[in-house]
Design a binder for this molecule. Structure first.
Ligand code: XMP
Length: 322
């Protein structure tokens, strides 16, 4: 098992870190080409900006629309990067992801299906098409820790598990943020001059909304959890929490609509206080806020009859549900 070096946000020499990583990327790629996938999450935004500083047009950035993103995410992210002078090409791959997820209910199998679709199917083809030899990605130390410890297989961890990306997928992977945790990544985002709303966003996982659907992931369930996510994010955007999310439960519960008994869906809200995602505790939201979220969700999503709030810490919980 490879022991990773950690650079703590508080000890980081920001200019030196950025310069060292820019040089390392330039050295690795030489006069060749690299690609990267921008998901809109904090880590991928920061690594995209860092990669473009190092390689300019020799880094081609794709946004893989996997069908499991948040509302309007591809268009929003493309527009935000256009303002920074970085061109992002959207690749519609939603069919491939939903096909791979069909019938799978086990959490680790779901994660594996997403990983294989992303790295082998979608990116394998893009790398061949673009003639790039490197994939630049924003893996951070917390992803590695939890994967190596066997807690959760994060979608972007390979070498630490003994998987050689060159042999398995046909390209090399560069991970300039791998010594950092989330607080360090945010500092690098600020150092690169990204707009604060980009690196101050709440974290969003690689497996996207599929990490928030218990049981089989279908287009209908994703559409439902996507609506609940929008409502939750809008309601909690001014709460100073580390991360907040909505989860679609598999169990149905009895509810009432128009004086009739219905067997409906249940949404769970989670809102976390945390520094680096390794441990977390539920934010003590006011009941007013919680009730507003519940009534908006049940008003705007007819299938949902019940909304709950998680009051468990990590551990024993994890931040996402899958
Ligand atoms: P968990 O659910 O493991 O999440 O407590 C810890 C942090 O990591 C994010 N997360 C992921 N990030 N790939 C990622 O890049 C993944 O597969 C993944 N799974 C969870 C999660 O949102 C939280 O911030």
């Amino acid at each position: 098992m490879i022991k990773m070096k950690e650079i703590k946000a508080g000890n980081m020499n920001l200019d030196k870190f950025i310069n060292d990583k820019v040089q390392a990327i330039q050295q690795a790629v030489g006069d060749g080409l690299a690609v990267n996938a921008l998901s809109g999450g904090v880590d991928s935004c920061v690594v995209t900006a860092l990669g473009h500083r190092a390689l300019g047009n020799r880094l081609k950035t794709y946004m893989i629309d996997n069908g499991i993103m948040r509302e309007n995410e591809p268009a929003k992210v493309v527009a935000a990067f256009k303002k920074l002078g970085i061109k992002v090409e959207v690749v519609d791959a939603s069919k491939a992801f939903f096909t791979a997820l069909k019938g799978i209910t086990d959490p680790e199998e779901k994660r594996e299906a997403i990983t294989q679709t992303f790295y082998k199917n979608v990116f394998g083809k893009l790398v061949v098409k673009s003639k790039a030899k490197y994939l630049l990605q924003g893996t951070i130390l917390t992803d590695v820790d939890e994967t190596v410890a066997g807690i959760k297989r994060q979608h972007n961890v390979f070498e630490q598990l003994g998987i050689d990306p060159q042999k398995t997928f046909g390209y090399k992977i560069l991970e300039p943020l791998i010594e950092l945790r989330k607080d360090g990544v945010r500092k690098v985002g600020a150092g690169l001059g990204l707009p604060a709303r980009m690196f101050e966003r709440i974290p969003f996982p690689g497996p996207a909304l599929a990490a928030r659907v218990i049981g089989e992931v279908t287009p209908a369930k994703i559409a439902l959890v996507r609506k609940a996510t929008s409502i939750t994010e809008a309601a909690l955007k001014d709460v100073k929490a580390f991360q907040y999310l909505a989860i679609l439960h598999e169990d149905r519960v009895t509810g009432m609509r128009n004086n009739k008994r219905v067997f409906g869906n249940q949404i769970e809200i989670r809102c976390w206080n945390s520094k680096d995602a390794r441990t977390a505790s539920p934010t003590r939201l006011s009941f007013d806020v919680l009730e507003k979220i519940a009534s908006k969700i049940t008003r705007e999503i007819p299938e949902v009859v019940s909304v709950t709030y998680n009051i468990t810490s990590k551990p024993t919980s994890t931040i996402e549900v899958v």
